[in-house]
Write a protein that binds this ligand. Sequence first.
Ligand code: ZN
Length: 440
Amino acid sequence: MSPQSAAAPAGHTEAVGRTEADRRTETAGRTEAVGRTPARPPAVGVAFADTDALPGLPATLHSKARTLRGAVRSRCADLARIESPTGDSARLNALAEELGAGYAATGAQVRRVPNEAGDHLVMDWPGRDESLAPLLVVGHHDTVWPVGTLADWPVEERDGALTGPGVLDMKAGLALVEGAFALLADLGQRPHRPVRLVVVADEELGSPDGRKLVERQLAGAAAVLGLEPPHPDGSLKTARRGSSRVRLTVTGREAHAGNDAALGISAVDELVDQLVLVRGLVNQPGTELNAGRITGGTRANVVAGRAEAELGLRFATPEAQRRTLDNLAHLTALRPGAKVRAEVLSSRPTWPVRPANPLLRHVRSLAAALGQNLDGAPAGGAGDTNIAGARGLPTLDGLGAVGAGPHARHEHIRTDQLAPRIALLAALLAVPLPRLRERA
Ligand SMILES: [Zn+2]
């Protein structure tokens, strides 16, 4: 696939031609944010001894990240060559094994959480200050691409883009975070606070099982970071729409379509009418419907006894989500004798926009210290960080690789953006977090 020919977004190229004055202006905000946390002497090493001013750190991270980017690029390619569609437990487990080995090599304790449709992974890295609440990072190792996709779409790099099934969503994110820990390990350093990375196997299905695992980690987390791809210009994701997957099942009665049509109740006809009705129900601002799949009936001379549809719904507000799911739960059949049932297969709550966002301010200031100009914006898609954001936890997503085309044949990452991301992630792990919420 040919990569997008657009020039690199100005804000996300590495600092070139930036003046010292520019840098001072950018870091002014950072000092304020970081300054809220009383300086705490690090337990080990000297590289981070002066994090308030970050004198040597940005340069160190910057140059180390550039050294590591080749390894991270190869790692991403290798991970993408292990196909891992949701539900294929053998392949997902093979990939989990590979991922676990990589994270273990950077000092993580790795735990597999058994799941029939593919194991989840939990990694723990010790922090310099083990008494602090952990930083939670969430990702997934399943992809939307069926086995065999690699045969006609191999992983390859061309014109600064690495393309292949699942590279952006999110094999690169998984490789980047490994690279960030490898960078710290190279420096003989630990993250400031303990870090827990949860990688689930069923995210692309709405995390029907993985969600429980993510939810269990939220209570004690200081902040939550997601490894999903950022916006195409590299901006982080600061809020996301809610999303629900609903199966509509219609039961009718089979009959000979020629001799006994009057005895039959067509589930297909009922489903068609229900879909029109549902389209009316969701026709409100902030709600979107995609009738993603419909099936039903057996053959032309049999009145269909069963039909179903799988609906994908998106919501801008928690109220719209609640109201719509409530309406769907109360659908009734239009034909006497038919039955309609709506079943929520998976659901992610709306993660609303928070105008004051100290976590974004912190990341923006770290990026500025590294010579990157980074911002955040709300996003349309949903992910596991929705659960954290909906609960009001300090949450940011989009810390994965910069690229375009998730779930599409032009999916790719921009390899020139790997080093800035490795450096940013390493800084986020190494530098103390400012105070992110009001005390309860
Ligand atoms: Zn994803």
